[in-house]
Write a protein that binds this ligand. Structure first.
Ligand code: IVH
Length: 691
């Protein structure tokens, strides 16, 4: 087989393996492949495609996050309009809908019609178009007639198949469903935004909508959206060929069909025999939805039989054959008691409303975040206001609006303070930023945050040093910096509230042991803006000591941005951090306390081993002949040697490869007669890419 043909078949094999693994992981939630294996195969495919760009197909997993940020989005017309649903808020309204439906269908009163009950996912509707089984377009709902084309963003959603699992897919089909952000992911996104000093998203639906409209697909990919499919549109005359599931005749079959084709379908849908079944389903999910990892705001009831759906038809804006049964909004009025302010680890000020406790979504709620100063202005909050508070399931409580008509006369308008509530220093809000912050590095709130971060799991991972204890240490002036933690003695710790001598000794030992944590954890623990766990690892392996990192950060930031995944914003933040005298002082103290602030011999050795293991050209001999299209003879030699290979002048049986270009001479014929494999430049590049 020629190299080109073998590259093509390997690429197709890799696509199949990776897409299969992604389906198991994202759709079935049953991973089949270990992450490192996935990463290795992915890398191999990426490299093959780099060497042979003609092998890139739209369904390649490498194409999930591709391309440069968009300038804007195009408006596209939906092939079939996206309607909305009529709502019912109680069983009377549900029964009235059902009675109307029976009448339209000309059925006897009280006829039992099978229906499908589905959860109403509180996300954003998407319309996905597939041509010959390949995803070609994804659009938002928009006004139902026209939406925005956001294909590049939707491709990043792992549970959206790029190619359908069908033997003979139709020329086109359309799938509708709901994109959403799971609660856990939402919490992580907001925590990260808080750490970066960015404005928080009010709820997962807003976060999802905002994400889908991001211009940079890389940002979308990082937000880890998910998608449940619930509607299938097939060409009228399409029938399944052998090997594919038959054309569905009911909504229930449509869901199974979608799952078979590779979509994630919500597992909680149920086929319900009659209206009593619908009511039971609604009641069941009113409680059980609280345990779900995503927000739902009701259930959707759909007539099961697709022919009956056709017969029932549509009103102006909604199908007659479906209805959304909504859970009562989990909102309640309460009286504002106080506007509090939290100071985060990076100094960001978050306004928090404290109010009379109200029961909401199963818990008593008395505090809700107001996100930032802009939100405060938007709400126009006054002292003593009656506010409406909302909490949906696991979501953090928020203040939805103010009932201004109930405002006491002469009430004062509430604003963010101008000084830090913790240390009294002047607060700063930079232009274009939503966040207001305290920039005093010795502010006790910032110090507490820095200490909590230093001892956290991904950083130095010190057991036995919780928030309460940190608070005591800071409030009593026992600890004024990270370094001070290592100067605490057991006797002093044992004298603190809720500390025995045993736990004090354990803590001292845990702190001592933390000095041996690897360099990347020490770096992450320093809490430098934008240096999360992943960036810390990348930086630590490129710069094996704090001294080297500091020099690069200050003198040669281009070496910082040369690290894969590290951009200008991070480089700037590092530069600022290392240029600050207090931080240099902290590093000096940590070093004197016994921190290496550098990779250990073992870490360095492991890193070298890892890079040697990837130098797969080790032990292989190459002979160059003829003129290569891009590389000069000496460049080709250099790249081979850099990957551990050797270059020799003459061909023998021991030669691993002959690399031949234009006007190759006798070395090529010798290689052919000896059966030595011959590569062209692209073949060499592919080999190097693997290495
Ligand atoms: S069916 C004509 N099924 O709810 C059929 N919609 O309030 C319309 N939604 O725009 C859609 N979960 O964004 C359907 N299982 C589900 C749904 C669902 C959430 C959303 C969808 C729709 C909105 C209508």
């Amino acid at each position: 087989m020629s190299t080109a043909a073998s590259a093509a078949s390997r690429a197709s094999e890799l696509r199949r393996l990776l897409n299969h693994a992604a389906h198991a992981y994202y759709v079935l939630d049953a991973p089949e492949m270990e992450d490192p294996v996935y990463d290795r195969l992915y890398r191999e495919l990426l490299d093959l495609e780099q060497a042979h760009p003609e092998l890139i197909t739209p369904d390649s997993p490498t194409q999930r996050v591709g391309g440069a940020p968009a300038q804007g989005f195009q408006s596209v017309r939906h092939r079939i309009g996206l309607l909305s649903l009529d709502n019912a808020f109680n069983t009377e309204e549900l029964e009235a809908w059902y009675t109307r439906l029976l009448k339209v269908l000309d059925r006897e009163a009280a006829t039992a019609l099978p229906m499908v009950g589905e959860l109403k996912i509180d996300g954003n509707a998407l319309a996905l178009s597939y041509k010959h089984g390949v995803l070609v377009r994804a659009a938002t709902r928009g006004d139902g007639e026209q939406g925005e084309e956001i294909t590049a963003n939707v491709r990043t959603i792992g549970s959206v198949p790029l190619r359908l699992q069908l033997e003979h897919p139709p020329a086109w089909l359309e799938v509708r469903g709901e994109a959403f952000i799971p609660d856990g992911v939402f919490a992580a996104i907001n925590a990260d935004r808080e750490a970066r000093g960015e404005a928080l998203f009010a709820n997962p639906r807003n976060a999802c909508a905002g994400t889908l409209r991001q211009l940079d697909p890389k940002v979308v990919a990082a937000r880890r959206l998910d998608f449940f499919a619930y509607t299938l549109h097939l060409p009228d005359d399409w029938q399944a060929a052998a090997g594919d599931p038959a054309r569905p005749t009911s909504q229930w079959d449509s869901l199974q069909w979608l799952a078979h084709a590779g979509f994630k379908v919500n597992p909680n849908a149920a086929l319900l025999p009659d209206l009593a079944g619908v009511e039971a389903f609604f009641a069941q999910w009113d409680t059980e939805r609280r345990a779900l990892d995503y927000a739902t705001d009701g259930v959707v009831v759909k007539l099961n039989d697709l022919r009956l759906q056709d017969a029932a038809g549509f009103t102006q804006k909604a199908p007659r054959w479906a209805i959304a049964l909504k859970y009562p909004a989990e909102e309640a009025p309460s009286k504002l008691l106080r506007l509090a302010c939290q100071v985060g680890r990076t100094g960001v000020i978050t306004p928090v409303a404290e109010f009379e406790p109200v029961p909401l979504a199963g818990t008593s709620v008395s505090r809700a975040t107001l996100h930032n100063a802009d939100r405060l202005v938007e709400l126009d909050l006054h002292a003593g206001d009656t506010i409406v508070v909302r909490k949906a399931g696991e979501i953090i409580p928020e203040v939805v609006r103010v009932l201004a008509e109930l405002r006491p006369a002469g009430a004062q308008r509430l604003e963010l303070p101008h000084t830090c509530p913790e240390c009294g220093s002047e607060l700063v809000r930079e232009e274009g930023e939503a966040a207001t912050r305290c920039v005093n590095s010795s502010c006790p709130a910032i110090l507490r945050g820095a200490l909590r971060h230093w001892v956290s799991k991904g950083a130095l991972d010190v057991d036995g040093l919780g928030s309460k204890l940190i608070e005591q240490l800071v409030d009593r002036g026992l600890v004024g910096s990270i370094a001070d933690l290592y100067r605490l003695d057991g006797a002093l710790l044992a004298s603190l509230e809720r500390m025995g001598s045993k736990s004090a000794d354990n803590l001292v030992a845990a702190l001592e042991a933390s000095k041996a944590q690897p360099w990347h954890r020490q770096l992450y623990g320093l809490g430098i803006h934008h240096v999360g766990e992943v960036n810390a690892k990348a930086l630590a392996s490129a710069f094996p000591s704090a001294a080297e990192l500091a020099t690069a950060a200050i003198d040669t930031p281009e070496l910082i941005t040369a690290v894969y995944g590290i951009g200008g914003e991070i480089a700037q933040s590092l530069q600022q951090w290392f240029a600050t005298a207090a931080n240099q002082e902290l590093l000096g103290q940590l070093a004197r306390l016994g921190f290496s602030l550098a990779a250990s011999a073992a870490e360095l050795e492991a890193a070298t081993r890892a890079s040697e293991a990837t130098a797969t050209l080790a032990g292989q001999t190459f002979v160059l002949t003829g003129t290569l299209p891009n590389l000069s003879r000496s460049q080709a030699k250099a790249v081979i040697e850099a990957a551990g290979g050797k270059v020799s002048g003459s061909v023998s049986k021991k030669t691993s490869y002959v690399v031949a270009g234009e006007e190759a001479g006798s070395k090529l014929s010798k290689a052919e007669s000896l059966g030595v494999p011959v590569l062209d430049e692209a073949g060499l590049q592919a080999l190097l890419a693997e290495a």
